[in-house]
Design a protein around this ligand. Structure first.
Ligand SMILES: C[S@@+](CC[C@H](N)C(=O)[O-])C[C@H]1O[C@@H](n2cnc3c(N)ncnc32)[C@H](O)[C@@H]1O
Length: 400
């Protein structure tokens, strides 16, 4: 049910906690790492909100600013430079008040879509991180995401909170599909008063958000009763990520549930053109998974390992997927490039270390060939490392 937007900041809800937990757990290692590129970083919270909830909980702006100040205090990098920008259409005054202990924070009153190009205009060779957490879907023009990827930045990453169920609902309105399954949207986290009608204009708007018309086929299947609403959402999210993949090499699709066993509420999507950013995201998500589960289950103990779909992932399954994925490489490929592609393909189902372990096992069974550089240790023994850092490279190929 649509709710009035003005109660959003009264009390921080469980799903906002989950979102922020994910932002925080990734952003901290990201900032520490990115400072070592010796290029400045600009962090833009494109839908910043008030900065703080009325119950005293920090919103995304304060979470990011605190992480940045901790990183600046502890980094060994000389003269690190980080600029922070907070855009909000409605709450610039609240932001000024709530961020007053961070006078260096820049606050922009207005729409993200009207301001972002200007904000990024003079950021040639900078590292750019965009946090995109709108109420609904309306402001998410795919063409803007495409244009960022073409900017001459040192790097660009986005963390997008996609209300995919909201998209499906509006897509049904636009194509005149009625939905019998009211439960599909009953507990939709919805703070977007935008409603689209059945018109050409609405269809064009949705094409612009989705970056194509592929969503229409999915809604037609739903209309014909061939798939249910949950399948429609999941197919849409998959296609949406594939569309982003045209501009960003690594796109991670993370469905988020609030309670165990529930259907996903929305998707968090991480995009980057750097494999290391993708791998960092995977490992930090996996590290923080326990904390997230605490929020998600209200402290119930789970005896099984689960991925971020809350699906039980067992070691056998990881092994199967590793075999399935790596058996496609008959020529040598970089271990880290292929690992990042593995997670784009299957989602963050386990840590990078879990897959590396399976690859090592396959190496010992001669199913996978590994070419390491340097190939020998200083004592003349064959090297066994599995990391591509500090001048080391690891190439892998399927042996059979
Ligand atoms: C989901 S809230 C953001 C919450 C925030 N990330 C947090 O954790 O505290 C979305 C915010 O987007 C703002 N907003 C709505 N339309 C916008 C637009 N076109 N551009 C920028 N901000 C917008 C709203 O005023 C609202 O504060």
């Amino acid at each position: 049910m649509a709710k009035k937007n003005n109660d959003f900041f009264v009390k921080k809800k469980e799903w906002s906690m989950v979102k922020d937990e994910l932002l925080g757990c990734y952003f901290k290692p990201y900032v520490s790492k990115i400072l070592h590129t010796y290029r400045p970083l600009v962090y833009v919270d494109c839908f910043a909100g008030k900065g703080k909830f009325e119950d005293g909980n920090n919103g995304s702006p304060l979470i990011a600013l605190k992480i940045i100040s901790e990183c600046l205090e502890t980094t060994t990098v000389k003269n690190p430079r980080i600029e922070t920008i907070f855009i909000d259409l409605n709450y610039a005054e609240d932001l000024k008040k709530n961020l007053s202990s961070f006078p260096e924070a820049n606050i922009i009153s207005g729409k993200y879509e009207d301001n972002i190009k200007t904000v990024l205009k003079d950021k040639k060779n900078w590292n750019v991180f965009l946090y995109i957490d709108p109420y609904g879907i309306k402001a998410l023009q795919c063409s803007l995401f495409d244009s960022f990827s073409k900017g001459s930045f040192n790097s660009i990453e986005m963390l997008i909170n996609l209300n995919s169920f909201g998209f499906i609902r509006e897509a049904c309105h636009a194509l005149g599909a009625s939905f019998d399954d009211k439960s599909l949207f009953a507990d939709l986290i919805e703070y977007d008063s935008t409603k689209l009608d059945a018109s050409e204009k609405s269809i064009n708007e949705l094409n612009e958000i989705a970056g194509g018309d592929y969503w229409q086929e999915i809604i037609e299947l739903y209309k014909d009763g061939e798939i249910d609403g949950y399948e429609a959402e999941s197919q849409f999210a998959k296609k949406y990520c594939e569309r982003l993949n045209q501009s960003y090499s690594y796109v991670l699709n993370m469905p988020l549930r609030i309670k165990k066993g529930q259907r996903p509420k929305y998707r968090l999507i991480h995009t980057t053109n750097h494999r290391d950013g993708c791998l960092l995201m995977v490992d930090n998500i996996c590290n923080r998974w326990e904390a997230l589960q605490e929020i998600q289950t209200g402290g119930q103990i789970s005896f099984f390992e689960e991925d971020c779909n809350n699906e039980i992932v067992n070691k056998e399954e990881i092994k199967c997927k590793t075999q399935e994925f790596f058996s496609q490489f008959s020529d040598y490929v970089s271990l880290y490039d292929s690992l990042a592609m593995f997670f784009v393909n299957y989602g963050p189902i386990c840590s990078t270390g879990d897959v590396k372990k399976v690859i090592k096992e396959f190496e010992s069974k001669k199913m996978i060939m590994i070419h390491r550089n340097p190939s020998l240790t200083s004592k003349g023994k064959p090297t066994t490392f599995m990391s591509e850092e500090k001048g080391q490279t690891v190439l892998v190929r399927w042996a059979e």
